[in-house]
Design a protein. Structure first.
Length: 132
């Protein structure tokens, strides 16, 4: 789905052991499925009071930012599939993968594989809509 981050708030999970951040995203287009006009996406990490929790590879989303997110349902809510790897920032007509938060190995890419790279927004949408 493509959308704009509206607001976010961090909280302790019900067990009181982990901090998560609920991010409200206004959906501008759903490339697969029917998420609705707004979704609340829960990402690991955040700050509650004077306690913070940082999770490697978790997406870092900013209010007002336009993004493409690959989501899945979990426990009645939405999560980002692949954490930061399932997050693309929209910059004009381009989609930039959120690889700053993802540790990537320097190993060569095998035949038939492609590295995550900046791509046109139209091409990314075409690929998602064509996927089964």
């Amino acid at each position: 789905m493509r959308g704009r981050v509206e607001r976010q708030a961090s909280r302790l999970e019900a067990d009181g052991r982990r901090i998560v951040t609920d991010v409200v995203v206004a959906v501008s287009s759903a490339w697969k499925g029917s998420p609705g006009a707004r979704v609340t996406v829960t990402v690991p990490g955040g700050v509650v009071g004077d306690v913070g929790m940082w999770v490697s590879a978790a997406p870092r989303l900013a209010n007002g930012e336009e993004v493409v997110l690959f989501l899945y349902r979990r426990g009645g809510g939405w999560r980002v599939n692949g954490l930061a790897l399932g997050t693309f920032r929209v910059d004009g007509d381009r989609a930039e993968p959120d690889v700053d938060e993802a540790d990537q190995l320097a190993a060569p890419t095998r035949a038939g594989e492609a590295r995550i790279a900046r791509t046109s927004l139209a091409e990314l949408e075409r690929r998602v809509r064509a996927a089964r």
